[in-house]
Unconditional design. Structure first.
Length: 139
């Protein structure tokens, strides 16, 4: 399966969220993403995978594939946060390091139309998640 470039994935997500005029509908979509997320098994809900700076418990597991792309798996105990993290899974799925490193978390939220729709605390947590992923793959 060919992975779309991040710019195309962002456009697809942007198109989805532009469909909603009411921020409550955007929240409902994020909650739906969170409900459909597979999350992480209990053994991966460990301190090493914790995303610091989130109000809820949030985790990310990063797996490097043989072709130097990455698989990102996330989880949270809050459905909206879990939905936001699911967006990162979709965007970063099987992407190369250079693509992932090119993303700015707050710019990402603004580009898909969520920058003004979610709380500052969730926005900061989302940015912290992007930065944690980038730190981990930069090693």
């Amino acid at each position: 399966m060919t992975t779309l470039p991040i710019v195309h994935l962002l456009q697809d997500i942007q198109d989805l969220f532009q469909f909603f005029d009411d921020p409550k509908d955007k929240y409902a979509q994020l909650i739906d993403f969170g409900k459909k997320s597979q999350g992480l098994p209990a053994e991966d809900l460990i301190e090493k995978n914790r995303i610091h700076g989130c109000a809820s418990n949030a985790f990310v597991k990063i797996i490097q594939n043989e072709d130097q792309t990455f698989l990102i798996q996330t989880d949270s105990d809050a459905l909206i946060v879990k939905g936001l993290l699911t967006l990162l899974e979709r965007i970063f799925h099987n992407q190369h390091k250079s693509e992932i490193m090119s993303i700015n978390g707050s710019d990402l939220l603004n580009s898909i139309g969520l920058g003004n729709s979610i709380s500052g605390q969730r926005s900061n947590g989302f940015t912290n998640a992007v930065e944690k992923i980038q730190r981990e793959i930069a090693k």
